[in-house]
Design a protein around this ligand. Structure first.
Ligand SMILES: Cc1cc2nc3c(=O)[nH]c(=O)nc-3n(C[C@H](O)[C@H](O)[C@H](O)COP(=O)(O)O)c2cc1C
Length: 215
């Protein structure tokens, strides 16, 4: 049975990245009527930052060459580590259960929100592999970072996530759906880009709908 894990990271409810991600999720659910849909709102219900006990789990896993995810709990040796593991385990279980991981995220400060980084820190262990799973990222950005745009080189959101999933999860082919120029809705100096934003959002919603059927 197919499983979709959908993570959301925008600090606001009326959010463009949520809208695009929801278009993908709705389309995926329609195409997989018997599928399992797991949803986690990282902004509304944030996961804690990793602490010292988490680093002890990670160090033990590395030092003992534990590469199978279902063996990670062998690293738990103290009450503090058990507490840290109690946070990690449900997050990892959801991730491992998923065939498709959908992340709806805004660009914050050229990168990702701290809520999403906190989740990545919790679920990422040395030499783990999630190969075979498909990752889709629905983003919203205030500006444009498309090839040729003056600020293209400042895009540490797509670059970071693409490289992170390849380097840490062995997932090489993350799909990005980017809705750009959202600040044209607010910033009078960018008002002339509103039509381009509307087109970018419409294209993102269409891509999300189309991809949701295929994943
Ligand atoms: C804290 C914060 C930082 C932001 N940093 C950037 C940025 O570096 N570059 C950019 O293009 N837009 C930036 N924006 C604008 C957001 O990317 C834009 O509002 C986007 O639509 C947010 O996604 P959402 O609609 O899903 O909430 C920032 C917004 C906030 C609230």
């Amino acid at each position: 049975m197919a499983t979709l894990l959908h993570l959301e990271a925008s600090a606001r409810r009326r959010s463009i990245s949520r809208e695009v991600g929801e278009a993908f999720a709705a389309s995926w659910r329609a195409a997989h009527p018997g599928g399992t849909y797991l949803h986690r709102d990282l902004a509304l219900d944030p996961v804690p930052f990793i602490g010292e006990a988490w680093t002890e789990l990670c160090d033990h896993i590395l030092a003992n060459t534990i590469t199978e995810i279902d063996r990670y709990k062998e690293a738990v040796r103290t009450p503090a580590q058990a507490e840290a593991w109690a946070v990690v385990e449900p997050l990892l279980n959801e991730l491992v259960a998923a065939d498709v991981v959908l992340i709806s995220t805004p660009m914050y400060n050229y990168s990702i929100p701290a809520s999403l980084k906190a989740w990545l820190d919790q679920v990422t262990f040395p030499k783990m592999s999630l190969a075979g799973r498909r990752f889709v990222v629905a983003t919203a950005r205030g500006g444009s970072y498309s090839p040729g745009a003056p600020k293209a080189r400042f895009d540490y959101q797509e670059r970071f996530l693409r490289d992170f999933f390849a380097g840490h999860f062995a997932v090489e082919d993350t799909t990005f759906i980017n809705a750009e120029l959202a600040n044209s809705r607010l910033d009078p100096a960018l008002a002339h880009l509103r039509t381009a934003h509307d087109a970018s959002l419409a294209a993102a919603l269409q891509a999300a709908h189309d991809l949701g059927k295929d994943f």
